[in-house]
Design a protein around this ligand. Structure first.
Ligand code: SAH
Length: 342
């Protein structure tokens, strides 16, 4: 059993069934979230630690490589217990230190500009493997369960979170558990390529997380060129589902928009965006594309990005150009893992 997959109550039940004393569950839960392995759980009898280690895995995520950027962000390559590798990014922000986590090994969405989907989907991560990324980086940065070094989480690493719905929801519940890491739901953002049924399902759960939608184009024709999933769900269906999320939860929806030169950033795009988002509390996050090896697609200059942003602002759309971090350490989705695999 992977213990980080369990919530506090499930861990208690497991220990009870195994005949262990209930207070042991409390001790192990704490050590687990502090990022310690069984042999480091120093207030447990040695024999107990040995029997736990024989039957269970504490945290299935180990940091294998760290790349530090000049801008303070860090990129991690993590090893999983089955030998698969995933990656993540730590970003210091003035509103709080943020960790970007992966939700799948690989991805089956196949977006044109993204490195994560190049080899397709390998498998879903369990909730404990998503939580394990937070535990590992928190511990690496000198934090523990009570003294957290990460205050914000973005589900924007490799994978499509809503394609791994149940494990992702479980992760959100566990990472925000007040008995555990207690990371506020409002400090968690989930980014989706626009799986509309699942967006609605998420809205109905009303977890309190921020929804980010990777829109990237205002016309179906162009969106389909960038994102195969757009053949299944039209731009207007995606906008409708985002509006549903806003109406159900009252939460402002963020739209991610990667600027591609000559494709999605002229005046008509700005105008269409302003029409789509009218009456909804929304923010457009304009992204400077990170060039991925082997992908024949070009971003724009900073100035062109700012001009497009100004067009949106003039039309009354709340929009900013996202500060790009980690471009010197292959910060974009899946880039580091690709390098390791090729
Ligand atoms: N699957 C989810 C979350 C992962 S990607 C989604 O599609 O939203 C997080 C964001 O980074 C998405 O907006 C994605 O389109 C964007 N992205 C992926 N590769 C990129 C690249 N090379 N440059 C800039 N943004 C990229």
């Amino acid at each position: 059993m992977i213990l980080s997959d369990l919530n506090y109550d499930e861990l208690k039940t497991l220990f009870l069934q195994a005949g262990y004393q209930p207070f042991r569950a409390e001790q192990v839960y704490r050590w687990l979230l502090d990022g310690k392995d069984f042999f480091q759980m120093s207030n447990l009898p040695l024999q107990f630690r040995e029997s736990l280690a024989k039957e269970h895995i504490a945290c299935p995520v180990k940091i294998e490589e760290i790349l530090k950027s000049k801008d303070g962000s860090e990129k991690y390559l993590y090893g999983l217990s089955d030998g698969n590798i995933i990656e993540g990014v730590f970003m210091p922000h003035d509103y709080g230190d943020t960790l970007c986590v992966s939700t799948q090994v690989g991805c089956r969405m196949g977006c044109e500009f993204c490195a994560s989907g190049i080899g397709g989907l390998v498998r879903n991560l369990t909730s404990g493997e998503i939580l394990g990324q937070v535990i590992a980086v928190n511990a690496l940065r000198g934090g523990n369960m009570k003294d957290r070094k990460i205050s914000n989480i973005v589900l924007m690493g490799s994978g499509e979170p809503l394609d791994n719905f149940d494990n992702v929801v479980r992760f959100v519940k566990n990472v925000s558990d007040s008995r555990g890491l207690n990371i506020g739901r409002r400090s968690i953002s989930l980014s989706t390529c626009g799986l509309t049924d699942k967006m609605r399902e998420l809205a109905d759960l009303n977890l309190g997380v921020t929804l980010s939608v990777s829109l990237h184009a205002t016309l179906d024709e162009y969106r389909q060129r960038l994102m195969p999933i757009a053949k299944k769900y039209s731009v207007s269906q995606v906008i409708d589902a985002a509006r549903y999320y806003f109406e159900k939860t009252g939460r402002r929806v963020v739209f991610e928009y990667s600027m591609v030169k000559g494709v999605n950033m002229n005046y008509a795009d700005a105008r269409r965006l302003s029409e789509y988002l009218a009456g909804m509390s929304a923010h457009v996050n304009l992204i400077m594309l990170n060039k991925v090896d082997g992908k024949n697609i070009d971003g724009c200059s900073k100035l062109e990005g700012e001009r497009f942003c100004a067009k949106l602002n003039a039309l009354g759309v709340s929009a900013t150009v996202r500060r790009s971090m980690g471009s010197d350490i292959e910060g974009a989705c899946g880039q580091l893992r690709r390098r390791r695999l090729t």
